[in-house]
Design a protein around this ligand. Structure first.
Ligand code: FE2
Length: 190
């Protein structure tokens, strides 16, 4: 099988993951502003760094790096919580890229959302909790930033609490993200 055919087969079977330049081009073409581009670049650097410190698991580094770059692609259409779902749609239906990338976008908001939580806030009822190691790393890495300023999980949630109050949704999310941080730290350092 020649290389092109082989690549095409792999893309069809496993989904296409673009190069960094192609992913960034898509973000610019969709009109994402510099503030968000700087944010996703910072999240992608952090996520890739975390992934390189984990040796006990097989991690698709390219999926982490590009998934982090694309996690907020839905903000080209909405800044509401549904930007995660819209992002998944853009990746799957408009760009025709990997379903794994779409799942990373869908599972990045807060600490992910359960089917019940999604239903409660008017999102299509589906489980949006991060499950794979790549989804978990991107979801956690996103929480370390307000824009492109690095913060602690505490700091990230303080900012949300100040804006929206200590809602049930945010309090559950904080617990979930803290658990996620512990799980990832164990993999990184123990
Ligand atoms: Fe983000």
């Amino acid at each position: 099988m020649n290389q092109n055919k082989k690549n095409m087969t792999e893309n069809t079977q496993q989904g296409f993951i673009p190069a960094k330049s192609e992913a960034l081009k898509a973000l610019f073409n969709l009109g994402l502003n510099r503030h968000i581009i700087n944010h996703v670049l910072a999240v992608s650097r952090k996520a890739t760094y975390i992934a390189t410190l984990i040796s006990s698991r097989t991690i698709d580094l390219r999926l982490v790096k590009i998934g982090a770059l694309l996690h907020d692609i839905g903000r080209s259409k909405t800044h509401e919580l549904d930007h995660a779902i819209v992002g998944g749609q853009i990746i799957r239906e408009e760009l025709n890229w990997s379903d794994k990338l779409a799942r990373i976008a869908e599972t990045h908001i807060l600490g992910g959302l359960s089917k019940e939580e999604a239903l409660k806030i008017g999102l299509p009822p589906k489980d949006y909790l991060p499950k794979t190691i790549e989804e978990k790393i991107v979801c956690l890495s996103d929480k370390y930033f307000i824009g492109s300023n690095e913060v602690s999980i505490e700091g990230r949630f303080e900012n949300w609490f100040n804006r929206y109050g200590q809602t049930e949704l945010l309090l559950t999310a904080k617990k979930r993200v803290e658990q996620l941080e512990t799980e990832i730290y164990r993999l990184m350092y123990l």
